[in-house]
Design a protein around this ligand. Structure first.
Ligand SMILES: [Zn+2]
Length: 193
């Protein structure tokens, strides 16, 4: 089984832009390439899990989303960083305008559906995996999927978050690279039963 870092996209690996829809808006966060190298070097895979309700809202399409994803991969490659093993998106929003996606789904974070889909498809051991996000709802989805630990980064929406207690304690870090360093320390500690 694989152990992974589940990473939110906007505000964690790329700079947050409201309903980002085109490759020209993509800017990697400064620590992302090094964070990705460190994750892989430690024996983990990277899985991106991202709410993209802009699809349900009619702001952009799956095709636009795929172009953005491809561009992020090109930026990572140019920066000498490894690529994610999977990209998982929730296109839904119950108040959306595109009927097909205007549903109350099981994959919009804080629900764990994206992580559980990845777990099944990629054979992931969630108990040895981590979640990093810029919203408390990212961490909630990670813990609901059984992740070992999570870190809230203070990029993106991180500083606006109300730090409510979750089922597991979590720490904050200034950005993705520091978050990865914190979690890799935890990764070296075996699970107790
Ligand atoms: Zn969904």
């Amino acid at each position: 089984m694989k152990k992974v870092f589940f990473l939110d996209r906007d505000g964690v690996i790329i700079e947050d832009a409201n309903y980002l829809s085109s490759p020209e808006q993509v800017v990697l966060c400064p620590g992302t390439p090094e964070a990705f190298r460190m994750i892989k070097a430690a024996g983990y895979e990277i899985v991106v899990v991202s709410n993209q309700s802009g699809i349900a809202r009619g702001y952009f399409t799956y095709d636009d989303l795929a172009k953005v994803e491809k561009h992020i991969e090109n930026c990572l490659t140019d920066a000498g960083a490894p690529l994610p093993a999977g990209w998982y998106y929730c296109p839904h929003h119950k108040k959306g305008s595109v009927a097909e996606y205007a549903v109350d789904c099981d994959c919009r974070k804080p629900k764990p559906g994206l992580l559980l889909a990845a777990k099944k498809e990629l054979d992931i051991d969630c108990g040895e995996s981590f979640i990093i996000g810029d919203k408390v709802s990212d961490l909630e989805s990670g813990f609901a999927a059984g992740c070992k630990a999570g870190v809230l980064v203070l990029t993106g929406h991180g500083t606006e978050q109300e730090l409510k207690p979750l089922e597991k304690p979590y720490e904050t870090a200034p950005e993705i690279l520091e978050a990865v360093k914190l979690l890799l320390k935890k990764g070296s500690v075996p699970n107790k039963g």
